[in-house]
Design a protein around this ligand. Structure first.
Ligand code: SF4
Length: 217
């Protein structure tokens, strides 16, 4: 968008994200706002202690922010399974290790205006770790993840996030060809576990960083 008009778009998303932040706080989540991807990366670096271990869920958002390289550069131990050369069994061990880290970084497939956090997983490690794994979970979400309600959040999770992820990993599912979810019964179906976190689970410090940028799927 040309600068003359971009201020209105910035204002629009900022205003909507502020309302979502309030809704999240009402649900006992901690919520922060970042005006840009650079601000988000810096805020994460300021929040996560340099000696903390960091587990990372499968998340395009987290990679787009460029935080993993920065954490590793300054000495944080970062555990993540998104390495093509890792065999499946080892990948399971790595996923389990992610859940024992001090901090867990991930995004969400959708966050409703009322503060519901929605995800659909194929394995379930991400949703498990968000609910009961590391003591500290930071969810980073761009404005494109905000939906009106749970129904539209689930639709977004399937018709946008899952479809693009199926294509990304080369799944043999109908959506990876058509770009549409058909609620398939394919053996390779990637949508197997749906979680809706409606209030912060008692024993997990979940903080949601809302970013004024389009991030991830
Ligand atoms: S077609 Fe199957 S794998 Fe693809 S989004 Fe729908 S349920 Fe998930």
């Amino acid at each position: 968008m040309i600068p003359e008009y971009s201020e209105y778009e910035t204002w629009y998303h900022e205003t909507r994200l502020a309302a979502v932040a309030k809704a999240l706080e009402k649900r006992a989540f901690h919520s922060t706002y970042a005006a840009s991807i650079d601000d988000a990366r810096q805020a994460l670096l300021d929040t996560i202690p340099v000696d903390a271990t960091v587990g990372v869920g499968g998340s395009v958002t987290i990679r787009e922010i460029g935080i993993l390289e920065e954490l590793e550069k300054r000495g944080n131990s970062v555990v993540h399974h998104w390495k093509k050369e890792i065999p499946l069994l080892e990948s399971r061990e790595i996923r389990q290790k992610e859940g024992r880290a001090d901090y867990y970084l991930t995004s969400a497939n959708a966050i409703t205006r009322h503060g519901d956090i929605i995800n659909i997983d194929g394995i379930g490690n991400r949703v498990a770790h968000m609910i009961y794994g590391p003591d500290n979970v930071i969810i980073v979400a761009g404005y494109n993840k905000i939906t009106d309600d749970i129904d539209s959040g689930i639709k977004r999770s399937k018709n946008i996030a899952a479809v693009m992820n199926a294509r990304r990993v080369g799944s043999k599912t109908p959506c990876a060809e058509t770009g549409q979810c058909s609620d398939c019964n394919a053996p390779a179906r990637i949508c197997r576990v749906t979680s809706i976190i409606q209030y912060r689970p008692w024993q997990t410090n979940i903080s949601v960083m809302l970013v004024n940028a389009h991030l991830g799927f």
